[in-house]
Design a protein around this ligand. Structure first.
Ligand code: SAM
Ligand code: SF4
Length: 363
């Protein structure tokens, strides 16, 4: 592996909070803790991990980032080797799905090497990627060869000026070319992700579904989540619920409820007579916490037990303190299950209580 500068070990820095304090007390393993599956105190089995490989991105979507973001210094970001090691530990504890996300994962140098390592893990049945699509023409083939099974590509508008306004730096054509590259490569499933904002793109939901239908791919609509201060719009005013979207779509499409799941938070409908599924990720209107099966790892190695809470464990410290002992790292993963909260309490009317942005969270 050829990632250049080795990443220094340094103390973990993040918002101090009670949950983190309690998590750091967990770094000592309970002597008789079995190293089996990851099950939290509400009986939810963790089988799905989303790992952010960078907080950096070539776009600045208005719901995700502020215009002038400060990104993490490289030394605070996990190395690709550390991320691969974590993937191995998780897979040995019963995780069978890993999603690589960011920031924009494909802007990280040598990231294909990481996909190759994760794709070779015997326990991983589903290796997936979330991307804005701009780099797919370069990487789609290598990703498929590394074992990536499914790709989610973000697309919020089909109108070039709107696309630019929402992504601040993006060009619609680049993302469309990326979508075509993924289609030509032949992944098992491709899904579009659209964050819907009232009066920004809510009137395009039918066009976006039509676009997906014509290409035989899926699409999920996402309610905006209050992560980080973005300084662009009032998130409460921009709220457009999944129920509103579904009502709009029903005017044009015959949607049939589906019990299908991809192991994530989307609830799916099938468009009658087609292979296309329309998903809804509805943290506000249809809270998805009850059957949560996932955790996240941020780019700096913080294990987030919930997208909408700060409960976390410092995995970077655990990895660097135990460079050759995976069992110690697995002990920390196990013990972190004790602080996975029941669910999030997103409230769009409040100032964000979660100060990290989605790019730092790993959406
Ligand atoms: N850069 C990649 C992309 O855009 O697909 C991967 C990272 S991005 C953070 C992952 C997903 O989170 C994208 O589909 C994006 O639209 C979504 N997202 C970002 N900020 C969000 C927010 N505040 N609320 C809901 N979804 C958000
Ligand atoms: Fe970048 Fe994805 Fe965030 Fe947009 S949503 S700014 S593409 S990380």
């Amino acid at each position: 592996m050829t990632e250049s500068a080795p990443h220094q070990s340094e103390p973990f820095q993040s918002e101090a909070n009670q949950s983190e304090a309690s998590a750091s007390a967990l770094t000592q393993p309970a002597p008789d803790q079995p190293r089996t599956e990851l099950i939290d105190r509400f009986g939810r089995r963790i089988t799905y991990v989303r790992m952010s490989v960078t907080d950096r991105c070539d776009l600045r979507c208005v719901y995700c980032m502020a215009e002038d973001m400060t990104f993490l210094p490289r030394a605070r970001v996990l190395t690709l080797e550390e991320i691969a090691r974590l993937g191995r530990c998780f897979s040995e504890l019963g995780v069978h799905k890993i999603r690589i996300t960011g920031g924009e994962p494909l802007v990280r140098r040598n990231v294909v090497w990481l996909f190759e390592q994760l794709g070779a893990l015997p326990g991983i049945r589903d290796l997936t990627l979330t991307t804005n699509g701009t780099q797919l023409p370069r990487f789609a083939g290598a990703l498929r060869d590394a074992g990536v099974t499914r790709i989610n590509i973000s697309l919020d508008s089909l109108r070039p000026e709107r696309f630019k306004a929402i992504t601040r730096l993006g060009e619609l054509d680049k993302t469309l070319t990326g979508i075509e590259a993924a289609r030509a490569t032949g992944f098992r499933r491709i899904k579009l992700n659209s964050v819907v904002l009232k009066n920004r793109n809510h009137d395009e939901v039918c066009d976006l579904v039509q676009f997906a239908l014509e290409r035989g791919i899926d699409i999920s609509f996402i309610e905006e989540m209050p992560l980080g201060i973005i300084g662009d719009h009032d998130r409460a005013e921009a709220y457009y619920s999944s129920d509103d979207i579904r009502a709009d779509l029903s005017q044009r499409f015959d949607l049939i409820p589906s019990a299908e799941t991809t192991g994530g938070p989307s609830r799916y409908w099938n468009v009658a007579g087609t292979d296309t599924r329309v998903g809804f990720i509805s943290p506000h209107s249809h809270n998805f916490c009850g059957d949560c099966n996932r955790v996240r790892v941020t780019a700096e190695g913080r294990l987030l037990l919930c997208l909408g809470q700060e409960h976390s464990t410092d995995l970077r410290r655990a990895l660097r303190a135990n460079p050759t002992d995976d069992d110690r790292v697995k002990d920390v993963l196990h013990q972190s299950m004790a602080i996975k909260p029941r669910g999030h309490d997103f409230d769009l009317r409040e100032q964000p209580v979660i100060f990290r942005h989605m790019n730092a969270t790993g959406g």
